[in-house]
Design a binder for this molecule. Structure first.
Ligand SMILES: Nc1ncnc2c1ncn2[C@@H]1O[C@H](COP(=O)(O)OP(=O)(O)OP(=O)(O)O)[C@@H](O)[C@H]1O
Length: 240
């Protein structure tokens, strides 16, 4: 299996704080890799460092074998990395359509890509000319993911997409992400929801205090409650 993304010995400082303390991880092509860990473990900082939003103070990050840790965020995006931040990246005052037009940047929106996205997220077709600010939380999250996949991406970084959403919406979102996965996407996914983690994850990385403390198959961690309690402080069931 080819590793699409690799981090070796990555350290990140935020002002005087040493947050990432030597991250080694690999994200295999065509798989969903879950990134779990307690609050404050460094999951968001890891995604932001890959995306160039924080600069690694040392270590190497490669995408398809190419070093990216010194590149600026727009250049990393141009190489095919899509990022869905925790705080839903949508422009509330713009329509759903304009949010997607902007996300497609200089490329004209491709009709086939758009139909593909409507297939996952039918609500976006329904509210095409509505202000994004008028959408529900779940619909905003769907728009935020749609913005990240409006152009073909090699790699998607998604930060806690189910956070704060009602259970029915969470289930719908999991189905959408499964479909995106079925189409062969490679995803690094931060997620604390048990169903989402178990349903979507092929492999799992667990972080604590800025390092990776466990790596393995998601199914193996999902089946091992004592290990979950040791690594996460409580079982995945309790994270629902
Ligand atoms: N802008 C910042 N300035 C100072 N410290 C920060 C900043 N952003 C994050 N941190 C610190 O870095 C550590 C890791 O935070 P991070 O958000 O990466 O954790 P996380 O695992 O994503 O947790 P959560 O699930 O709570 O978002 C925390 O101790 C946090 O307080």
């Amino acid at each position: 299996m080819t590793d699409l993304l690799k981090l070796s010995g990555v350290h990140t400082h935020i002002s005087r704080y040493h947050i990432l303390q030597g991250i080694d991880l690999a994200v295999p092509q065509g798989q969903v890799t879950m990134l779990l860990g307690r609050n404050g473990a460094g999951k968001t900082t890891t995604l932001r460092t890959i995306m160039g939003l924080w600069q690694a103070s040392s270590g190497e990050i490669t995408l398809s074998g190419e070093r990216i840790e010194r590149l600026a965020t727009p250049d990393i995006a141009r190489l095919g990395v899509g990022y869905v931040p925790e705080s839903m990246a949508v422009f509330s005052d713009l329509t759903v359509k304009d949010n997607l037009v902007l996300a497609a940047r200089d490329a004209a929106m491709d009709d086939r890509q758009l139909e593909w996205i409507f297939g996952f997220f039918p609500a976006l077709r329904r509210f095409w000319l509505s202000r994004a600010g008028s959408l529900s939380g779940g619909q905003k999250q769907m728009l935020s993911i749609a913005r990240a996949i409006i152009e073909p991406r090699k790699l998607l970084l998604i930060d806690e997409p189910t956070k704060g959403l009602a259970p029915a919406i969470v289930m719908a979102l999991i189905e959408c992400l499964k479909e995106i996965k079925r189409k062969g996407a490679t995803i690094l996914l931060v997620e604390q929801n048990f169903f989402a983690a178990r349903e979507l994850g092929d492999s799992v990385l667990v972080m604590d205090n800025g390092t990776i403390v466990h790596r393995g198959e998601m199914a193996a961690l999902a089946a091992d409650v004592p290990l979950q309690e040791r690594l996460l402080g409580l079982s995945l069931e309790a994270h629902q």
